[in-house]
Ligand binder design. Structure first.
Ligand SMILES: Cc1cc2nc3c(=O)[nH]c(=O)nc-3n(C[C@H](O)[C@H](O)[C@H](O)COP(=O)(O)O)c2cc1C
Length: 173
């Protein structure tokens, strides 16, 4: 599967089979995240790999009770590292770049998941404090995205998209 095929095939899946993820597949997803672009290549984020029921329950609470995410055998939590980015970029790094770094890694992880036959869904870590408690990360990190990962147990209807003419402003030459 090439990257355009993976992009076309990716969709948010919110039901997962009770089947573990092979370590090599998880490694491929994490390596893809690691390959993402980041501001000054600082990679100002950390990725927590969650498998335990208690931590998953905490993440459900952090995501406003989206219980389905706990079905996934593995849940990744992408945490921005504001201090890391601030060292080079000051407040812009702390407020923006570390979050952009983390989100770029999420995008890569989602596409790699498709490439190895897995499904995922981007979930906002709405209550970052609850998410931090669930994964017991240091206060210096800010959970931003929760990414359940597993074998799909549903084939959702495709979501529509805006037309490019609605989305793109081409200023020409
Ligand atoms: C910033 C962001 C936050 C999202 N938060 C949630 C969420 O909390 N729960 C959820 O089920 N889906 C969430 N999604 C997934 C979107 O609902 C989904 O990507 C969108 O409806 C398009 O569907 P598709 O991913 O199947 O193409 C989120 C996506 C993004 C990018």
């Amino acid at each position: 599967m090439n990257v355009l095929e993976a992009i076309a095939a990716r969709q948010s899946v919110r039901a997962y089979q009770p089947k573990d993820i092979e370590p090599a597949k998880l490694e491929a997803v994490l390596q893809a995240a690691n390959q993402a672009a980041s501001a000054a290549n600082l990679q100002a984020y950390r990725i927590y790999v969650v498998r335990g029921a208690d931590a998953k329950a905490g993440l459900v609470a952090a995501a406003m009770g989206q219980k389905w995410l706990a079905q996934a055998p593995v849940v990744l939590v992408f945490c921005a590292d504001p201090a890391c980015s601030a060292q080079k970029f000051g407040p812009r790094g702390a407020d923006v770049y570390c979050v952009q770094d983390a989100c770029a890694a999420v995008g890569n992880a989602m596409l790699a998941a498709v490439g190895v036959g897995l499904a995922s869904c981007w979930v906002d870590a709405v209550d970052a404090k609850l998410a931090a408690q669930a994964i017991q990360c240091p206060d210096s990190l800010r959970p931003v995205v929760i990414l359940p990962l597993g074998y799909a147990a549903e084939t959702p209807a495709r979501t529509p998209r805006r037309s490019l003419s609605d989305l793109v402003v081409d200023l020409g030459s």
